[in-house]
Structures are given as structure tokens and as C-alpha cells.
Design a protein around this ligand. Structure first.
Ligand SMILES: *Cc1c(COP(=O)(O)O)cnc(C)c1O
Length: 430
């Protein structure tokens, strides 16, 4: 047994996300969490303004979700999914079909968001292969995107912030177009030179023999910059993809389950994707889980090809414990008036973040559903933010130029005011 304190052991032995393992930044030890509150080892309670990286949508340890997990744990925590199935997988499937875009009928359960993106990309390649286009193995995407940290997912992340230069030669080269230039809420110009579609069309036409699918985050680009863009771009992209035989993948890992004020960002559109990726809020943040859903076109294409089987099957596929957590989390979501709840959170954030517009270092302030963003003119140090936010009783972790929150939906008005006050302080002082 080492004589190091808990924190010392952590700092000497544990990797953390996107950090220098030999020069770790300030880190808090969390002892427990309930609702919107994290309790640290020194007894401090902090409001989790990040919903623990956007997944803990209904608050920590939601009683309905933990009860479902306890019950499942006592019955069947795990069993392989090859040749076997179980109620949690089926019941979750029924629920997902009720709430997701209608054309999506087939569900592939997997472990994490990045894996669900890998699965989506492999499905697209196998689909094209099955249709007699083995050359279509590349992908098109828009800049400023984020799709995960595994190799293929990384290849379609923004080439600058995704640091493609670090992995040059190892990461696949894909087809990038500018991020959609028309922001959500702006008037949609019909001129394709102004709305970004001429560039998209040119890129897709030029690469039509090599591109299996166009993958993007619909309406909200998350980690790549918290940018909200016009859904008409997606409606038109669908038409161009159809013309060229290119599949359309929506990565709704961040946007799914009402975060944007719509149940899915797809609901802003008049079209539906061929493949959708869901994760993060799927289990209400209680355990890692994700899924990839497709329409019949993709399912029949892949299934009708040679070898017909889809070449992916994680050990923990459809883990019953995760399925039970997800089913309970979706019941919590749809069992409340989520439209009103998210609209209230949005309205309060709009009002309370307004003063940030007058601060000299603030570039832009925006709110969509349960997402509130103060974009600074310069990048902000997460480490510097931690201590100040802690003094305000809030856990905030800005990235890049963005000081943002995605509060749990169970937040009270007073608690949300503490978050927005913390954000304003960071915008003033950092
Ligand atoms: C977080 C995220 C991912 C990756 O999910 P992980 O569970 O971290 O692997 C992929 N796409 C989007 C849009 C995300 O926000």
C-alpha cells in the first residue's frame, strides 16, 4: 500500500483526459454526487454546470435510474449478445423507436460515443461495398466538427483543433468543407455561394467515387466550437447526398435527448439521416453506453451484400445494466414536460448571460435549449477557471474560447443563477 495521499497517487499515476500526465493541473477529489451537486473531499459542494461532460442530464444518482440499475444488477448484469438476447435490450429498443426519427428502425448497441461513430462509418463502407462501390471508403464532413477520439472518428474531427498534424500519416485523409456559414436564427440566403452549399456540392461531386458518407453534427457543433447553424443546410445536404448515392450520418451524441430544446437536432430539419449516433445522455450519465441506428435502406444494403453480416461486435454489446439505465433515463426524460423545462432553462440563460455582451473580451453570447455559451476573444485556461468557479460554488470547465454550461435539467432557478454568475465572473476575469 502506497503512502501517497489519494490526490498524490492520482497525480503521479493516473492519466486524465487531454492533460499532461507529468504536469497535471489542479484536480478536485469528488466523494459523492447527488442531483446537480458534487461533494468534494473537503466537504465543498459544487454545482455540476457541465452535466459531467453533457451526459448527466437528469442529475447525479437519479432515483429512478439507480433503482432500475440495482434491479438489473440483481438479475443479469451482463451476458454476451451473440445468439442471446434479453428484455433490457428489447425494452430499450422499443423506447428508442418511439422517440427517434421515424425512418430509423435498426439499432446497434455499443459502448461509447466514439465507438458508435466507428460503427456508423463501418456500416457506410459496408453498405457501399454491398452496392458494388468498394472504392467508396472515404468520408466528407464539415470543419469545426467533433466525433470522438478513436482513429476513424478522429479523422473527421476538425483538422486543426483535432490536431491532425500530430497524427499525420496515421490518420485517414478525408474531404473537408467549411463549416456551414449561416448561423441558426439568421435568414437563409438561397444563393449557394452564400449558404455554403456550392462548396459542399463541389466537394461531394468531386469525391463521389470515393466518399461513402457525409458525417456531421446536426445544427450544433459541440466540442469543435459550440456553434449553432441553420438546419436548412442539412435539408439541402440530404438532397445532394441522395443525388450522388452518398449516405448521410448525423452524430447526435451531444445534441440528442432534448439538449437543444428539440428531442433530437434532426427535429429542426425536414429530412432524416440514414444513420444516427446516440450516446452521452442515453443513460442519463450513469454508465457508458451508446448506439448507432440506421434506416431500412442501410440495413438492407449491408444485409444483402456479401458477406451480409456486419463486421462489428463489442464484448459488452447491449450490456443489460446499461440498457436498463438507458431505458429508465429515457422514461425520466419523456415522463416530464421536457419542452417547457428546457425552454425555461433557455429563457433564464438568455436573460442572465445578457450582461456578458458588454464585456470587452467577449466575442459572442448564445443560447440554444439547455446550452449557454459565452465565447471570448481569446482562449481561456480551464485550470484558471476551476479555482474561481469553485469560489462561486460551481464546477465549470471552459475549453478553447468558450465558457459554457449544459446544466442538468433538474436545476432550480437559484442554482442556474449561480452558474450564470460564475460564467460572468470568468468572462470578466479571465
Ligand atoms: C462526446 C462526443 C463523441 C464521443 O463520445 P465518447 O463517448 O466520448 O466516445 C462523439 N461525437 C460527439 C458529437 C460528441 O459530443
Amino acid at each position: 500500500m502506497s503512502t501517497l495521499s489519494q490526490l498524490e497517487f492520482d497525480q503521479q499515476h493516473l492519466w486524465h483526459p487531454y492533460t499532461n500526465v507529468v504536469k497535471p493541473g489542479p484536480t478536485f477529489v469528488v466523494k459523492e454526487a447527488e442531483g446537480v451537486y458534487l461533494t468534494l473531499d473537503d466537504g465543498t459542494q459544487l454545482i455540476d454546470a457541465m452535466s459531467s461532460w453533457w451526459c448527466m442530464m437528469h442529475g447525479h444518482r437519479h432515483p429512478q435510474i439507480t433503482a432500475a440499475m440495482h434491479a438489473q444488477l440483481d438479475k443479469l448484469p451482463h451476458v454476451m449478445f451473440g445468439g442471446l438476447t434479453h428484455d433490457p435490450a428489447i425494452d430499450l429498443g422499443r423506447k428508442l423507436l418511439e422517440i427517434t426519427p421515424e425512418s430509423l428502425t435498426r439499432i446497434f448497441y455499443c459502448d461509447s460515443g466514439s465507438v458508435s461513430v466507428e460503427v456508423a462509418m463501418k456500416m457506410a463502407v459496408q453498405y457501399q461495398h454491398a452496392l458494388g462501390y468498394p472504392g467508396r471508403s472515404e468520408f466528407a464532413t464539415i470543419r469545426s466538427g467533433y466525433h470522438g477520439d478513436t482513429w476513424k472518428a478522429m479523422s473527421v474531427c476538425d483538422p486543426d483543433t483535432g490536431m491532425h498534424h500530430l497524427f499525420q500519416g496515421a490518420v485517414s485523409v478525408q474531404h473537408f468543407v467549411s463549416r456551414p456559414p449561416v448561423a441558426l436564427g439568421q435568414d437563409w440566403p438561397d444563393d449557394p455561394a452564400l449558404n455554403g452549399l456550392s462548396e459542399l456540392r463541389e466537394t461531394l461531386e468531386a469525391g463521389a467515387n470515393e466518399i461513402a458518407a457525409l458525417i456531421l453534427e446536426p445544427v450544433v457543433q459541440g466540442t469543435g466550437g459550440m456553434y449553432f447553424y441553420h438546419p436548412e443546410y442539412l435539408n439541402q445536404a440530404r438532397a445532394i447526398c441522395d443525388e450522388l448515392g452518398i449516405l448521410l450520418i448525423f452524430d447526435e451524441i451531444a445534441t440528442g435527448f432534448a439538449r437543444t430544446g428539440e428531442l433530437f437536432a434532426t427535429d429542426f430539419c425536414t429530412v432524416e439521416p440514414d444513420i444516427i449516433c446516440l450516446g452521452k445522455g442515453l443513460t442519463g450519465g450513469h454508465v457508458s453506453f451508446a448506439c448507432t441506428m440506421t434506416n431500412d435502406r442501410v440495413a438492407n444494403g449491408v444485409g444483402g451484400g456479401n458477406p451480409g453480416i456486419f463486421m462489428h461486435g463489442p464484448t459488452y454489446m447491449a450490456n443489460p445494466l446499461a440498457c436498463a439505465a438507458a431505458k429508465a433515463a429515457l422514461d425520466v426524460l419523456t415522463g416530464q414536460d421536457w419542452q417547457t423545462r428546457v425552454a425555461e432553462i433557455a429563457a433564464q440563460m438568455v436573460a442572465e448571460l445578457e450582461p456578458a455582451r458588454d464585456l470587452p473580451n467577449v466575442a459572442h453570447v448564445r443560447v440554444l435549449g439547455g446550452i449557454g455559451v459565452i465565447e471570448m476573444k481569446h482562449s481561456v485556461s480551464a485550470d484558471a477557471a476551476h479555482a474561481r468557479a469553485k469560489e462561486m460554488g460551481v464546477f465549470l470547465r471552459p475549453f478553447g474560447k468558450n465558457i459554457y454550461t449544459m446544466p442538468p435539467f433538474v436545476i432550480t432557478p437559484d442554482e442556474l443563477s449561480r452558474i450564470t454568475a460564475g460564467m460572468l465572473r470568468l468572462a470578466r476575469e479571465l
